[in-house]
Design a protein around this ligand. Structure first.
Ligand code: IMP
Ligand code: MG
Length: 177
């Protein structure tokens, strides 16, 4: 059990379980893009820890770019409002893009990001997310690589925050009922 801000959370995915799955995702991606160069677009802030562990295991030539696109501003429910995109400055033309996200919840973030990415004429675009909440999803772009499909309960840790806190936790915790 951990306390993050004013709420209590129970362990949901251990550090070992997460790292095992991250490694397996990296192997799948490396296999799928064998002999190709990939531009990984990391969605900050939530995906920073997942991206660091994933990228260490990637076996193809990898460029990395960090962007910010936020539909989420504290609390335990997605606001559904995307505010802005910062940091995507390089050309994507003809590149194989893999977007790295911490969690796909309603899908609103991807609905807002993907069209912006396609406008820049990449060769291909795929979404890699550590967590996916199928029951909450109502978007247009399903994630291509999913670490864990999880229930709708709010989670924190391993990059994910609650009220700005908890991103540094090594495991992933679920809100206590
Ligand atoms: P979407 O746009 O609804 O798919 O939500 C994606 C964003 O909402 C994620 O990148 C997270 O920042 C945030 N989010 C959704 N569910 C959770 C959760 O359970 N814990 C922490 N953040 C979440
Ligand atoms: Mg996020």
């Amino acid at each position: 059990m951990v306390q993050v801000s004013d709420k209590q959370f129970d362990v949901f995915l251990s550090e070992e379980e997460i790292l095992r799955e991250v490694r397996s995702l990296a192997w799948r991606i490396s296999e799928d893009y064998r002999d190709k160069e990939v531009l990984f677009i990391v969605l900050l802030n939530g995906a920073f820890m997942f991206a660091a562990d994933l990228l260490k295991e990637i076996q193809v030539p990898a460029a990395v770019s960090f962007v910010k696109l936020s539909s989420y501003h504290g609390g335990t429910e997605s606001s559904g409002k995307v505010q802005e995109l910062i940091g995507l400055n390089e050309t994507l033309e003809g590149k194989n893009v893999v977007i790295i996200e911490d969690i796909v919840d309603t899908g609103t973030t991807m609905d807002n990001l993907i069209p912006i990415v396609y406008e820049k004429l990449p060769a291909s675009v795929k979404i890699c997310t550590l967590l996916y909440k199928p029951e909450a999803f109502k978007g247009n772009f399903l994630p291509d690589y999913v670490g864990f499909s999880i229930s709708n309960a709010f989670v924190v840790g391993y990059g994910l925050d609650y009220n700005g806190l908890g991103r540094n936790l090594k495991a992933i915790y679920q809100l206590k009922k």
